[in-house]
Design a protein around this ligand. Structure first.
Ligand code: P1T
Length: 384
């Protein structure tokens, strides 16, 4: 299905998927197989020889998400972090990465505790000011890696400006688009080279699996990433590919509701006397609100805020919500609440966390698709 001809909702439901030619099944079959019979040694049915390398159900998912991102190639992984690791695996010892200062704690840990010991160097910068990226680029810089909106502070980074800054220097730009999803933001259109996802989140959307995806336009880059995919083998199971494919069909519907609910929650919190400050790109008070308005079609389902008081007040609140469940992760239909400093970002060094504002009173909400009145009552009762 051509990416240019159809709009998002149609692509979400049809891209990469045609009715099964043999039985007419409307859904892509779950090809639960590790291997494929060969007609003669090296003569395969279609392209398939072994499921670590290729699988028709996985391929349907890869084509589907690639179409949603407006990219040519999608590559599915067993988790968001294994997808991100495949990007770093394209580099070699002595290469340098410029990393956005506010990223998922696991992404920071991956570089700091793993790739650093294999000789990759990295510098952490605040990318809300693109000049900082320009200044951090060295002769050995090969990659700029960022999230926007960032996790958990929901900063917005100008993908177009960063891509312009790096293009002059032949540096790749990878954008983790997990928080926005391709429904709200398509980084390749702004000049990024690689889009990464934790499909665990909005793309799969039901908190029932862990997965990752990369999308690129460049064939050579796609080949390098495909090599990392099959030679290292962090590939998703076929059932998880099927479930993710089933979920992307409703991505646009879910995201509309996530955005509407998050906006209502952000407005409620912004007026509440026990709330110090709300971070939501849709609020006019957000420092990059106008950039968010340009770069995204809506502001997403994540809301962070600082509760007044101390860690004890934050704990009391986190123990008292009933609909918002206290758990890591995000992007599912159900609302979740978490404490970044103790939970998702514990592997970021404390001084760095404090300098960024990931403090004891910061709370992150993943606003689900329940009824917003119930969500607001839940927060109201927990705050009181
Ligand atoms: O959990 P996994 O599928 O491996 O994805 C890692 C990941 C990558 N990128 C972003 C922006 C993420 O938020 C995550 C995972 N984040 C959480 C589990 C969390 O609660 O923030």
């Amino acid at each position: 299905m051509g990416n240019d001809k159809y709009k998002f909702g149609t692509l979400a439901i049809h891209a990469g998927q045609a009715p099964d030619p043999k039985y007419g099944a409307i859904n892509v079959p779950i090809y639960q197989t590790s291997t494929y019979v060969q007609k003669s040694p090296g003569q395969f049915f279609e392209n398939y020889d072994y499921s670590r390398v290729n699988n028709p159900t996985r391929e349907a998912l890869e084509k589907n998400i690639a179409a949603l991102e407006g990219g040519r190639r999608g590559l599915a992984f067993s988790s968001g972090l294994s997808a991100i690791a495949a990007i770093f695996q394209q580099l070699k010892a002595g290469d340098h990465i410029v990393l956005c200062d506010d990223v998922y704690g696991g992404t920071y840990r991956l570089l700091n505790m793993f790739f650093k010991k294999f000789g990759l160097e990295f510098t952490v910068v605040d990318m809300t000011e693109p000049e900082n990226v320009k200044k951090a680029i060295r002769d050995n810089t090969k990659l700029v890696f960022l999230e926007t909106p960032t996790n958990p502070l929901l900063k917005i980074i100008d993908i177009r400006r960063i891509s312009e800054v790096t293009r002059e220097r032949g540096v790749l730009v990878a954008v983790d688009n997990t928080f926005a999803t391709p429904y709200l933001q398509r980084p390749l259109e702004f000049g990024a080279d690689i889009v990464a996802h934790s499909t665990t989140k909005y793309l799969a959307g039901h908190s029932d699996l862990v997965g990752g995806m990369l999308v690129v336009n460049d064939d050579k880059l796609a080949e390098g990433l495909h090599l990392a995919q099959y030679a290292i083998g962090a590939v998703p199971g076929v059932m998880d590919c099927y479930l993710t494919l089933r979920s992307t069909k409703t991505l646009h519907l879910r995201m509309d509701r996530h955005c509407r609910n998050a906006e209502a929650v952000a407005n409620f919190l912004a007026e509440h006397p026990k709330v110090e400050k709300v971070l939501y790109p849709g609020l006019e008070s957000h420092p990059q609100h106008s950039l968010a308005k340009e770069q995204m079609s809506n502001y997403g389902g994540m809301v962070s805020f600082y509760i007044k008081g101390t860690l004890a007040d934050a704990r009391r609140f986190l123990e008292r919500t009933r609909i918002f469940s206290l758990a890591e992760s995000l992007g599912g239909v159900e609302s979740l609440v978490e404490h970044p400093a103790i939970m998702t970002h514990a592997s970021v060094p404390e001084d760095q966390r404090n300098a960024l504002g990931i403090s004891d009173t910061l709370i992150r909400l993943s606003v689900g698709v329940e009824d917003s009145e119930d969500l607001i009552s839940d927060l109201k009762e927990a705050l009181e």
